[in-house]
Design a protein around this ligand. Structure first.
Ligand code: NDP
Length: 448
């Protein structure tokens, strides 16, 4: 059995009932086979792959808080510190009822390679809780965030581990958590990113993941002699990544005609109205059923009753920006039948393995999340730099650095794929380019 297959089998045996983690490890290890084969003796001797798939440490803790009725509630909190070979752990906090150890581990594992790809000194980590902020009052969200941070504060720090937002964790939650950290530690330091502008946040961080996705998409298309202007796009999700991906796509001359949430999706043939979307999602925290009130010509489709989704619409570019495994083989077939030319992942692992392989076989330009959505964490690292300097950069300064980073990633993943004889395979390119830097650092630092 090959070294890769041995380690894959061990991961499944040692981490039963964590299918998302198995999926992420399989995708990475499968695509770095050429590098592993070329260095097998060295990697085996240093247990490189075994160390890569085993987090440095994992915390799981009780989060007890009191709801508005005076009832005590209990959630489970997680933080996985996966690998700090190239810098302090860095990765978001997901607040969603689906969160369990396997989700946090898959996200933490992906984060190691993504952070490496940014070219910045940040290691990989991830955390979160099965708490659902939906339908909770501001006071309840604050009570949860304070209880969560009371425990998390023991394990993080500006030079140790710097969490950020993710699904369910936006500016409000980061604010409550930062306040609690400061109160417990009596330290004013850049321990979280995605902070508000009045207390150490970076301009352009809110926009960064969505904007970065479009900078990378634009560059990959350009490298394939395709102009993004005039193209039609389907976006899924209507959260932070989806909103700013849509905004930047429109600025680049493309037209986004869909958005979605967990219950339904919208088709707006005139192009999604970003101002309306921001008001519905960022201000009112409402459902997408509201969208028709702003744009009577748009269609709202209920996922449960119709059994359809946004991937059935004829578009040139698909940008999944909601959650893991939201684009399956059937969706991929529908997109290809409609002539899609590129699928670029704004979310983490939104495309199933079978769908990814199918899209690649059909010659669709496919950009994996760890490259395509790296703009968020890259800008978080820029926020850390500003906090260390006690300075704030302008929007234009941060945005131009972000663009430079995304353009570099596009070229690096393309070059790595080419170097190992897989031109155009950006999944392999991203995994190899991310892996090479981390392994270099691991080898230099000895067995630890
Ligand atoms: P938000 O919480 O802001 O938005 C998430 C969106 O996805 C919402 O529209 C939500 O709909 C939808 N969604 C969430 N879970 C599901 C589900 N199980 N099924 C269908 N739809 C779902 O999160 P973000 O925009 O921040 O994150 C989106 C993705 O991007 C995630 O995969 C995240 O890990 C990834 N990402 C985010 C970064 C960031 O900077 N924010 C950075 C890099 C990656 P509803 O409201 O109905 O739940």
């Amino acid at each position: 059995m090959s070294y890769v297959d041995e380690v894959l089998a061990k991961v499944i045996e040692k981490n039963p009932a964590e299918p998302e983690f198995h999926q992420a490890v399989k995708e990475v290890l499968d695509s770095i086979r050429p590098v592993v084969d070329a260095n097998e003796e060295l990697y085996r001797k240093n247990a490189i792959l075994e160390r890569l798939v085993e987090p440095d440490r994992q915390f799981k803790f009780r989060v007890a808080w009191v709801d508005d009725k005076g009832q005590a509630q209990v959630n489970t909190g997680y933080r996985v510190q996966f690998n700090n070979s190239i810098g302090p752990y860095k990765g978001g906090l997901r607040l969603h009822p689906s969160v369990y150890a396997g989700i946090i581990k898959f996200l933490g594992f992906e984060q190691v390679f993504k952070n490496s790809l940014t070219g910045l000194p940040i290691g990989g980590g991830k955390g979160g809780s099965d708490f659902d902020p939906k339908g909770k009052s501001d006071r309840e969200v604050m009570a949860f965030c304070q209880a969560f941070m009371t425990e998390l504060a023991k394990y993080i720090g500006a030079d140790i581990d710097v969490p950020a937002g993710d699904i369910g964790t936006g500016a409000r939650e980061i604010g409550f958590m930062y306040g609690q950290y400061k109160r417990i530690k009596n330290l004013y330091e850049g321990v979280l990113t995605g902070k508000g502008l009045s207390y150490g946040g970076s301009l352009a961080r809110t926009e960064a993941t969505g904007y970065g996705l479009l900078y990378l998409t634009e560059e990959l298309l350009k490298m394939n002699n395709i102009d993004i202007a005039g193209k039609t796009c389907a976006v899924s999700g209507s959260g932070n990544v989806a909103i700013y991906a849509t905004e930047k796509a429109h600025q680049l001359g493309a037209k986004v005609v869909t958005c979605s949430d967990s219950t339904g999706w919208v088709y707006d043939p005139d192009g999604i109205d970003v101002a309306a979307l921001k008001e519905i999602k960022e201000v009112k925290r409402a459902r997408l059923t509201e969208y028709k009130k702003y744009r009577p010509n748009a269609e709202y489709h209920d996922k449960a009753t119709e059994g359809t989704n946004q991937w059935s619409v004829k578009v040139d570019i698909a940008l999944p920006c909601a959650t893991q495994n939201e684009l399956n083989l059937e969706d991929a077939k529908a997109l290809v039948a409609n002539g899609v030319i590129a699928v670029c992942e704004g979310a983490n692992m939104p495309t199933t393995l079978e769908a990814t392989e199918y899209l690649q076989e059909k010659g669709v330009i496919f950009a994996p999340g760890k490259a395509a959505n790296a703009g968020g964490v890259a800008t978080s690292a820029l926020e850390m730099s500003q906090n260390s300097e006690r300075l704030s950069w302008t929007f234009e300064e941060v945005d131009s650095k972000l663009k430079g980073i995304m353009v570099n990633i596009a070229h690096n993943i393309s070059d790595a794929a080419e170097k190992y004889g897989m031109p155009g395979n950006y999944v392999a390119g991203a995994n190899i380019a991310g892996f090479e830097k981390v392994v270099d650092a691991m080898l230099a630092q000895g067995i630890c």
